[in-house]
Design a binder for this molecule. Structure first.
Ligand SMILES: [Zn+2]
Length: 300
């Protein structure tokens, strides 16, 4: 029933009013499991179709992001992912070579950030022992580029340690804590001015138990209040990964790019509930300010 109400509501939203605004997508993957379904040319065409003026792309392996950039250099911002294959999401934090590879990538001038780095309960070392993560945070500060981190832990303490110990590193919190609620996000934002909150995959199909909106599509009051309190700190991404029941499955292609329009349709629907100036920052300007320093991009 809840799904039905939501689907009906999404279909009824005046799509034409919202589809026109330019957006920046701070969370795009282009993975080896996506190539068969979506060629680089297809991906760029989808960005055009959705009025996406800037896309931050995480390649798995990293160089796949450069394939997209070569087709749309005015639009694509590649960041360096240490993942060469799917299972690296739980290996990177223990591999000393990760840091040397990241340094080489940033020094090449081809990548403008590091990430997405997964910090998942049960798979990641405690912060005190997270040597590789700390070295990457210092490296990002040295090269003055953001680090995108996906924490999936029941408390915000890990992110608090990260942002407080690396106050000069720009940290993009991939899903604003993923399974954390607005009170925990507020706690981080209050203490750390160097953290920006991504809202990729915070939609009715992923992180389903931690929604931004109610069944009728309206922003939950706590989230609305937080977005209004910190209009310069949030940004939106599609995180085109699908299906999502298994992270980086190897036996089935990932058709996430074919779902990208659906994800953005949802995000545009709640953005339309905010004052225009706030919505404009969150849908585009904040991401361009954080990532668009090397290319000329406009949200107009
Ligand atoms: Zn993520």
């Amino acid at each position: 029933m809840r799904d039905c109400v939501l689907i009906c509501w999404l279909l009824c939203v005046p799509f034409s009013l919202q589809a026109q605004s330019h957006v920046a997508d701070m969370h795009l993957h282009y993975k080896w499991t996506q190539q068969d379904v979506t060629t680089p040319a297809d991906a760029v065409a989808i960005l055009e179709q959705e009025n996406i003026v800037m896309g931050v792309v995480i390649g798995t392996p990293a160089a796949l992001a450069l394939d997209l950039q070569s087709l749309a250099p005015e639009k694509i911002v590649p960041i360096f992912s240490p993942y060469r294959e799917g299972s690296d999401w739980h290996r990177w934090a223990y591999d000393d070579a990760t840091v040397a590879r990241a340094r080489t990538a940033l020094a090449s001038g081809q990548y403008h950030g590091i990430g997405e780095l997964h910090v998942i309960g049960g798979f990641t070392p405690a912060f005190e022992k997270a040597v590789v993560l700390k070295q990457l945070l210092a490296l990002a500060d040295e090269f003055d580029v953001p680090v995108m981190i996906h924490t999936e832990l029941s408390r915000p303490d890990y992110m608090l340690a990260v942002c407080q110990q690396f106050p000069n590193t720009h940290i993009l919190w991939a899903h604003s804590g993923a399974v954390l609620g607005p009170a925990d996000v507020a706690r981080i934002f209050e203490r750390c001015g160097n953290v920006w909150g991504g809202l990729g995959a915070r939609d009715p199909w992923r992180f389903v138990d931690n929604p931004l909106t109610a069944a009728d599509g309206m922003l939950l009051p706590e989230w609305r209040a937080l977005l209004l309190k910190y209009p310069d700190r949030f940004m939106v991404g599609s995180d085109p990964v699908w299906p999502v029941d298994q992270l980086d499955r190897w036996d089935e292609a990932d058709s996430g790019w074919q779902e990208l329009g659906r994800f953005w349709h949802y995000h545009r629907s709640w953005l339309a509930q905010l004052p225009d100036d706030v919505a404009r920052k969150i849908r585009c300007e904040n991401a361009v300010a954080l990532f668009g320093r090397t290319v000329v991009m406009t949200c107009d």
